[in-house]
Design a protein around this ligand. Sequence first.
Ligand SMILES: [Zn+2]
Length: 313
Amino acid sequence: MSNSPLVNYTQISPNRYSPRNHKIDTITIHCVVGQVSVEALGCIFAPTSRQASSNYGVGYDGRIGMYVEEKDASWCSSSYENDNRAITIEVASDTTHPYAVTDKAYNALIELVADICKRNGIKKLLWKGDKSLIGQTNKQNMTVHRWFENKACPGDYLYNLHGDIANKVNAKLGVNEPAEKNKVTYYVQIGAYSIKANAENQLKLVKAKGFSDAFITKVGNIYKVQTGAFNIKSNADTRLDKVKKAGFKDAFVTTIGGGAVVTQTTSVKKSIEEIAKEVVAGKWGIGTARKTALEKAGYDYNAVQAIVNKILR
Ligand SMILES: [Zn+2]
């Protein structure tokens, strides 16, 4: 059994069961109640009098400590069964409700959990916030300390982010939500942008053409402009025709699940008003060359030219 290569600091605690008696199939995230470093956490778990430990800890600065190797079970969750099947992770947090953690610690936590899942064959992280599912790891494989003892841990901040943690880790594990049978939903996508303001500009243009149901959806770090939804693909195709006729030539039909992992980024487009000004300034050439250049860059030549004519008139 291996340990995480992401560890920056190791101080093995005497407080542990060695070896663990169950394979690793659960993740249990805790809050430290203190914005501590990984070294300070190591000191907390060092004395036997403390009777506590965790497999890993994430410091306020995003560094990762190891206090109990994965082959061993920590004394962390007030549950012998849970500690023997779980990797426990203490995350540096505020000392008061909701026990928030830093963004650096949170991002490091996501990386660490994804690494633990990969190395231990946990294919997908499952979170339902349902205490009655303890031990049913095919339905839920994340647990929280508050289910085993009357305490706030992991704090409302991290507790409420458990679904987000599962989603982000699953994205790193390459797990896509399968579209439910007979319940595929189709959308027409009219642009994808890494910068929100560019997506908002595009949304305005799309709505101005009469597609009032257009919206922005954020997938990963990409802002997608879409219209829909449609339960029947032919209806989405009909919409696609209209969208293309309105000048959005790069549009295509997508499904909510199908586009979950995005690699495509469309180059950022300027508004046609900006382009028209550039045309007037001579930046796009003249005649057929202008038409070809504009269309190659994804702009509607006729729409741009109409504005050019207005400017020149
Ligand atoms: Zn705890």
